[in-house]
Design a protein around this ligand. Structure first.
Ligand SMILES: [Zn+2]
Length: 171
């Protein structure tokens, strides 16, 4: 049974939260991109694939969604952490907007790739077994096997209870 789209988004949402929170925590611990968000997106993608429990392609898609949507979530979480003083506000002059734009695009790309990577790894390990195609049940003998009436000797189809020729009950 392929996972439904609703499951895909639910799984990606779990991955988004993990990506955002983990990346912000890693940053609070002193790591910087690409390590902090790469690890965050990888684990987030892995969580998305684990929650989804789907085929490999679906797991990779969940990881990709998790990575891409995890980026703005991470930016929001780190903003909150800045405001509450959990992460030190970067000192020095604010980088120009063009530099920030490049940084966001790079982080988005890293999160996308590592999200797919994490989703693919877990999707490859944990996925449902392909359901076997049900084989039509053939009971040998139902067609070929015939019997004969105990009274008149007429050939009867297998399973006949009353002979249609002499009305004798068959054993
Ligand atoms: Zn008969």
């Amino acid at each position: 049974m392929p996972a439904k789209n609703r499951d895909l988004f639910a799984a990606a949402l779990a991955g988004v939260v993990v990506t955002g929170v983990l990346t912000a925590l890693l940053e609070a611990a002193g790591l910087t991109p690409p390590v902090s968000d790469g690890v965050g997106a990888f684990v987030g993608g892995a969580v998305a694939a684990y929650v989804l429990y789907g085929k490999l392609g679906q797991a990779a898609a969940a990881g990709a969604l998790s990575g891409v949507l995890g980026t703005p979530f991470y930016l929001g979480v780190s903003e909150i952490l800045y405001i509450f003083g959990v992460i030190a506000t970067p000192s020095g002059p604010t980088p120009p907007m063009s530099e920030l734009q490049v940084a966001v695009v790079i982080i988005l790309g890293i999160d996308l790739l590592f999200g797919i990577f994490g989703g693919t790894v877990v999707g490859g390990i944990r996925r449902p077994h392909e359901e076997p195609i049900p084989q039509p049940q053939v009971t040998p003998g139902t067609i070929a096997q015939t019997k004969y009436c105990v009274q008149c000797g007429a050939q009867l189809p297998f399973g006949t209870v009353i002979c249609p020729h002499c009305n004798a009950r068959q054993p």
